[in-house]
Design a protein around this ligand. Structure first.
Ligand code: DGL
Length: 272
């Protein structure tokens, strides 16, 4: 079926998932929305996260998407079940693929999770990991300033390196061998996080794993695009278009992108 796949995030973070999806599924069209204006979600209340996410979901539904990927851990933690009950198309989040991989990979049975305040407080990763193997010890750390530095497009700077080092200073890994990047913004900081934690630690980026899940679901529901097609990648942001485009082009390295701003007023209008 040649309808687009819908992805949502609080900002640019979900582009790490988008990158994996467009690489893995070259025939699929995408509509992505990043709620830059109200980013970060990670410091917001559960009620706000639900309200905003449902607005993004409605926007994607209005674009006639055939499936929704909640490309945000914070929104996945608080809204996955709600969104699944709300729409009649397949919906997946990013937490299950990441925790499944961690359970499979850890030998030391010690797994770290770096995420937003809200995701850490939700305990969703622990629940998901312990539900698969209760002998695993999970240690989580909230890293809210990582989101900010990525949104500001400063993720390759010395300032970003310092922020990562400072936040991870007290994160004692011991014999922890696997760390989940439990926020879709964090893979953009991978070099600094890896340097700080050491090469013996495997970092899990849920993007690639989620893209395999997307492929599986599309096949299962017979929704996959029939080749050959000219796909489109439409990216919307509730913030200013230019900085979003710069990050998207730099990260995705493709000229296929159409980046547009959509005001919150218009987004809400489509929701009412
Ligand atoms: N990218 C998001 C996540 O995966 C949220 C970042 C934020 O808005 O705080 O959790």
């Amino acid at each position: 079926m040649n309808k687009p796949i819908g992805l949502l995030d609080s900002g640019v973070g979900g582009l790490t998932v988008l990158k994996a999806v467009i690489d893995c599924l070259p025939n699929e069209s995408i509509v992505y929305i990043g709620d830059t204006k109200r980013c970060p979600y990670g410091n917001r209340s559960k009620e706000e996260i639900i309200e905003y996410t449902l607005e993004l979901v409605q926007f994607l539904m209005d674009q006639h998407v055939k499936m929704i990927v909640i490309a945000c851990n914070t929104a996945t933690a608080h809204t996955l079940e709600i969104v699944k009950n709300k729409v009649d198309i397949p919906v997946i989040g990013v937490i299950e693929p990441g925790s499944e991989a961690a359970v499979r990979l850890t030998k030391s049975k010690k797994v770290g999770v770096l995420a937003t305040v809200s995701t850490v407080d939700s305990g969703f990763y622990e629940k998901s990991i312990l539900g698969k193997d209760e002998s695993i010890h999970v240690k989580s750390l909230a890293c809210p300033e990582f989101v900010e530095i990525v949104e500001k497009n400063l993720y390759e700077t010395v300032e970003a390196k310092k922020i990562v080092e400072k936040r991870l200073e007290s994160f004692k890994t011991g014999n922890m061998d696997t760390v989940i990047l439990g926020c879709t913004h964090f893979p953009l900081l991978t070099p600094f996080i890896q340097e700080r934690l050491g090469i013996e630690v495997t970092l899990i980026d849920s993007g690639a794993l989620t893209s395999y899940e997307v492929e599986k679901v599309l096949k299962e529901f017979k929704l996959d695009a029939k080749a050959p097609v000219t796909r489109t990648i439409d990216i919307y942001t509730t913030g200013p278009e230019k900085p979003f485009r710069t990050i998207a082009q730099n990260w995705l390295q493709t000229s296929e992108l159409n980046v547009r701003a959509i005001s919150l007023e218009r987004l809400k209008l489509t929701h009412d």
